[in-house]
Design a protein around this ligand. Structure first.
Ligand SMILES: [Zn+2]
Length: 406
């Protein structure tokens, strides 16, 4: 196993404004993600400041005319708004703060009639399940929930963990592509997502109001990798058929274009701030955060639906050297809720925390031993990020990060 990923800069640099580093991977075509993540690029920097910070600054601090943006959105929506009460747009989501916010704004402010669609989490947390049910119950939206077979999803997750150290990848496939299947099925061409990838530091999406097709479609004979394997291999070796994968996989771009299906970023027209969305969701759908702080970070309300999610963040920490707290603190800094110094303190306190709360559930779900778990993690630790110290392997205490944000 290669101990450094392609495109991974071996010199670690931290942003002067937030707590992120040049190890941050930005969005890519999901369907070509191989074991080395060779299709991934890293967040760019300009004069010591990361692209994510530059994008947010450009968007929020430079006298953006939000009225102008609203007008622009209204003009687009005029073409799509239903006159007979049928659904006129799709909001994919889990009933978390961001999807509740989107559906509510589209309904109340823009007089649209969204259908909400959900690709089910692997193992719902209690609060994730409650928030999901409360969304239609109190939030006044209609919802379609798709739940893949546990046999298929478990196998894919386990393979993605072993092949890519990315156990959440199959879920991300479903989350990314399910809405376009529903759009084709119900002939609802407009799909809304929240923030554009530019805020995650992707420079090639600057000023995009629509998600480029390359992120959520495929060309006719394009090779697709899921869990690091080609579809033929999944079928022959693991008995997972293309039919089993239907709602995980993207549609063909020609089909989407022919039906005029588009993904718009609501975040390009409306301010999209984590705390504000949270407050709104508590009112609209009685959204509640967890009683306990989420492990590996300081918050109680972000991405809390799925027990597997904790290992999505922890495996990323192993591969790229930044954890869940870095991701969340960065957002809070960029939006002015905390200072960089406070962010640094939080990262030192939480980023390395092992998510032991759901560890047993995760091992059982994947059907692997604790030893095999640590062995897989260690195969993917890049040498430039990690140093082995001592023999206390339980909860990875024998590894320390070489570079810390200061
Ligand atoms: Zn930054």
């Amino acid at each position: 196993m290669q101990k450094n990923y392609i495109n991974s800069p071996t010199e670690v640099i931290f942003c002067k404004k937030c707590v992120h580093s040049n190890q941050k991977v930005v969005s890519s075509s999901l369907i070509s993600d191989d074991a080395e993540h060779s299709n991934r690029t890293r967040m760019g920097f300009e004069n010591g400041v990361c692209q994510g910070c530059l994008q947010v600054e450009r968007k929020y601090n430079q006298n953006i005319d939000w009225n102008e943006r609203e007008k622009k959105l209204r003009k687009i929506l005029e073409k799509y708004r239903s006159r007979n009460g049928s659904f006129d747009c799709i909001v994919p989501g889990s009933g978390g703060k961001d999807s509740v916010f989107q559906a509510e704004i589209l309904k109340k402010k823009y007089n649209m009639n969204p259908l909400t669609v959900t690709f089910s989490p692997h193992i719902y947390t209690d609060s994730g399940m409650k928030n999901f049910h409360n969304w239609p119950l109190y939030g006044g939206v209609h919802n379609y929930l798709y739940t893949p077979s546990g046999d298929v999803h478990r196998k894919l997750t386990s393979l993605a963990f072993k092949n890519l150290l990315h156990p959440f990848q199959p879920f991300i496939f479903g989350q990314r592509h399910f809405a376009s299947h529903m759009a084709l099925l119900f002939k609802i061409p407009l799909i809304f997502m929240g923030e554009s990838q530019s805020e995650a530091g992707s420079a090639d999406e600057k000023d995009e109001i629509m998600m480029p097709y390359k992120y959520w479609s495929k060309t006719k004979n394009q090779k697709i990798l899921i869990s690091g394997l080609e579809l033929e291999e999944l079928n022959s070796k693991y008995k997972i058929s293309t039919h089993d994968l239907k709602f995980y996989l993207p549609n063909e771009v020609d089909e989407l274009v022919k039906n005029n299906i588009q993904v718009l970023y609501l975040g390009e027209f409306e301010k999209f701030e984590p705390q504000e969305n949270y407050y709104l969701a508590t009112k609209v759908s009685k959204f509640t955060g967890n009683a306990e702080r989420t492990q590996q970070t300081f918050s109680k309300y972000s991405s809390i639906d799925d027990k597997i999610d904790n290992f999505h963040f922890y495996t990323a920490y192993v591969k790229f050297g930044y954890g869940r707290c870095t991701e969340e603190a960065t957002k809070e800094i960029r939006h002015g809720y905390i200072t960089r110094d406070e962010g640094v303190r939080l990262v030192h306190k939480y980023d390395h925390e092992f998510p032991d709360r759901y560890f047993k559930d995760f091992l059982e779900y994947m059907d692997i031993s604790e030893e095999a778990f640590y062995e897989t993690l260690d195969k993917f630790r890049p040498d430039h990020l990690w140093e082995k110290k001592g023999n206390d392997y339980k909860y990875c205490k024998n590894w320390i990060l070489k570079h810390k944000v200061k």
